[in-house]
Design a protein around this ligand. Structure first.
Ligand code: FES
Ligand code: FES
Length: 398
């Protein structure tokens, strides 16, 4: 059984331990550290009872490997004993009858604190949407929503102060066997508008990650240099069906003028969602910029997604063309609970890498079969991400 050394900060205390690679964060907290305020219900990322803060963001500890939190700062419900905002929430939950058996309460309080910090004063509708990843079997939610709304009154949203999360793009790309020659890790920056810099190497694909810009949105930028002149490249990229066929899981069901209807299939851990929605296409042949933006809803999970894909064709430094691809998204509902951990960001980073790889293949005249797009669906992406992480823990990726 392989074990790994883990060093993390839990409720402000430095902890060094050794655990099996498969150990979940919830297990480490409850069994090793006796922090039993972190409750475990479904153990598959759905109920939210196990939610803790990891680097300032709520995360499901039941589906987070402890080893993946190496170097992170974890705060459980016990770590908020002296927190003024948590005090207000506890008090409001009691007064509004926001708990009965209390099983869901630690996860609810942690999520509620995050909602108020991110949004400030907000509506009951928005609170219900944000809370959709936390299940309560007792209360009917009315008191919980009232309590959160009361505490949110008069508060302003705060910018995220969480430290940078770690992303290792090259390892992820290698693990899933997609043709990318990017070989170094790319740090993720949380500073608004800041682009994590990575000097172009000899590789054709240069991934970089940026967050910020619009509040609550995340985005990823990918760059690709190709040996064709910009007018030839733009000729291909002005075909919206061709562009969308490079995005795994995406399907256009209707295209009329600049209006588009489509579907995006995502399978993430135990959740399978199909976002049905519509959007707008914008093509600017003079600037050689294309933009596809829109939103959709998955009725099963109640999650909503807004997204924008922008591609820009520029002359290459010496010859050929440089293609910049920017993928931005915002999730709400149950899926958003996953996204505030690192996994969804990694998966979307991977999705963007595959999109660029498919784009490159299409420009070279290589056929990207429908089957290839399907088999590179998000389920395999998740496996690619997890496999890369496990390899990193074991020190196998050199
Ligand atoms: Fe983790 Fe249910 S126990 S989400
Ligand atoms: Fe019992 Fe929420 S109070 S599950």
């Amino acid at each position: 059984m392989s074990t790994i050394d883990i060093s993390l900060t839990v409720n402000g205390r430095r902890v060094r331990t050794t655990a099996e690679a498969r150990t979940q964060l919830s297990e480490l907290l409850r069994e090793e550290m006796n922090l039993t305020g972190t409750h475990v219900g479904c153990e598959q990322g759905v109920c939210g009872a196990c939610t803790v803060f990891v680097d300032g963001k709520p995360q499901r500890s039941c589906i987070s490997y402890a080893g993946d939190c190496d170097g992170s700062s974890v705060t459980t419900i016990e770590g908020f004993d002296d927190d003024a905002l948590m005090d207000q929430l506890r008090d409001a939950f009691s007064r509004h009858h926001g708990l009965q058996c209390g099983f869901c309460t630690p996860g609810m309080l942690i999520t509620a604190r995050d909602i108020i910090l991110r949004l400030g004063e907000t509506s009951a509708v928005r609170i219900r949407e944000e809370l959709s990843g936390n299940l309560c079997r007792c209360t009917g939610y009315v008191g919980i929503v009232e309590a959160i709304q009361e505490v949110s009154k008069g508060k302003l949203a705060q910018a995220s102060k969480s430290p940078a999360a770690k992303t290792e793009v090259a390892a992820i790309a290698t693990a899933a066997g997609v043709p990318s020659r990017a070989t170094s890790s790319t740090p993720r920056s949380e500073a608004p508008g800041q682009v994590a810099s990575q000097a172009p190497r000899s590789s054709a694909i240069t991934p970089s990650t940026t967050t910020g810009g619009r509040r609550g949105w995340s985005s990823i930028e990918q760059r690709l240099t190709v040996g064709f002149p910009p007018e030839v490249v733009w000729g291909r990229l002005a075909d919206i069906r061709e562009v969308s066929s490079c995005l795994p899981g995406a399907e256009i069901t209707e295209l009329e003028g600049d209006h588009i209807k489509g579907r995006m299939n995502v399978a993430l851990g135990p959740m399978k969602v199909a976002f049905n929605g519509d959007g707008q296409v914008m093509l600017d042949p003079e600037q050689r910029v294309g933009r596809l933006s829109g939103g959709g809803r998955d009725t099963g999970s109640g999650s909503t997604a807004e997204g924008e894909l922008e591609w820009r064709v520029l002359p290459g430094e010496v010859s050929g063309s440089l293609i910049q691809v920017n993928l931005s998204w915002r999730l709400s509902g149950r899926l958003a609970q996953f996204s505030r951990g690192g996994l969804v960001q990694d998966v979307i980073q991977r999705l963007a890498s595959i999109f660029v790889s498919h784009l490159e293949a299409a420009l070279k005249g290589e056929v990207v079969s429908e089957q290839a797009v399907k088999t590179l669906g998000i389920s395999s992406l998740v496996w690619g991400v997890l496999k890369a992480r496990i390899q990193r823990w074991r020190g196998l990726d050199r």
